[in-house]
Design a protein around this ligand. Structure first.
Ligand code: NAP
Length: 266
């Protein structure tokens, strides 16, 4: 019996936090998922087990691949692993990202922190998207599947437009990633590839655990119209909505998953 074509997703930085929730939601909706991560094998295995369970499918294909998105060699190996394991790519989710190692005033911040942030949060996704898009175009041209409707999702942040002078490098990288979404959306529309930006607000993950009390206070004081922390699942569900293919005439779109943080209020 011929096996039904399964859609596949590559989610970077998916061993923990938002990426893990994205991987789990995609598995739940029937995707085969490659969980990329940088260093923590045990966390990646745990994410894989949770995605397998969410898929409810004993045949579900969920794989892990260790690789640093800021490294050209690792990016190439990651896509090669995707090809070898699943043979196709329907959805790339550029989620991997880091916060600065320390929050430091703009006038004191180091060049090494800037290089690290730009490398992982902007250069990595920029060139991973370039390589993934070339592969998607090849797949489209080989026309093995009439329903092939590839997409790319970039996980940016409210920091793409909110100035935090104690982590300027992070803000600059996220603003760049937002522009990258527009660039690839404009370039890839004619290739049948839609590109989306998801802009999370304050989400409860390890990244924000060090500033929990500060944000607890700000949220209680009305930082966001929806008065709660965002959950990784909130972002996972937004990615799954895009992955459903129900936004075929929208590209370069920004989806705020921020409890309404972006609204100007008076
Ligand atoms: P997190 O809990 O710190 O998880 C980060 C994930 O990225 C981990 O799986 C980590 O893998 C992986 N990673 C780190 N460096 C990597 C690299 N060089 N190559 C590949 N993977 C790498 O972070 P998060 O809060 O879930 O954030 C995920 C994304 O959402 C980031 O882009 C972040 O900027 C963005 N975001 C977060 C928030 C928030 O409030 N949390 C808000 C807006 C946007 P290892 O564990 O193996 O290192």
């Amino acid at each position: 019996m011929e096996r039904k074509i399964r859609k596949t997703a590559l989610v970077t930085g998916a061993s923990r936090g938002i990426g893990r929730a994205i991987a789990i939601e995609l598995a739940r909706t029937g995707f085969d998922v490659m969980i990329n991560y940088a260093s923590n094998d045990a966390a990646a295995e745990q994410a894989r087990a949770e995605a397998m369970a969410a898929s409810g499918d004993r045949e579900a294909h969920i794989a892990c691949y260790r690789g640093d998105v800021s490294s050209a060699t690792d990016r190439e190996a990651l896509l090669a692993a995707m090809l070898e394991r699943f043979g196709r790519l329907d959805l790339l989710v550029n989620n991997a990202g880091v916060a600065p190692e320390a929050r430091v005033d703009l006038l004191e911040a180091s060049e090494s922190s800037f290089d690290r942030l730009i490398g992982i949060n902007l250069k990595g996704p920029y060139f991973l998207t370039q390589a993934a898009a070339r592969w998607m175009i090849e797949q489209r041209n080989s026309a093995k599947d009439d329903d092939y409707q590839p997409a790319i999702v970039n996980i940016t942040s409210i920091s793409a437009y909110t100035a935090s002078p104690e982590r300027g490098d992070y803000c600059v990288a996220k603003a760049g990633l937002a522009m990258m979404t527009k660039l690839y959306a404009a370039r890839l529309a004619s290739e049948g590839i839609n590109v989306y930006e998801i802009r999370p607000g304050v989400i409860a993950t390890e990244m924000t655990s060090g500033v929990k009390e500060k944000y607890d206070r700000l949220i209680a004081d009305g930082l966001t119209p929806i008065k709660r922390w965002g959950l990784p699942e909130d972002v996972g569900r937004a990615v799954a909505a895009i992955a459903s293919g129900n936004l075929p005439f929208s590209t370069g779109e920004v989806i705020n998953v921020d409890g309404g943080f972006h609204l100007r209020r008076l």
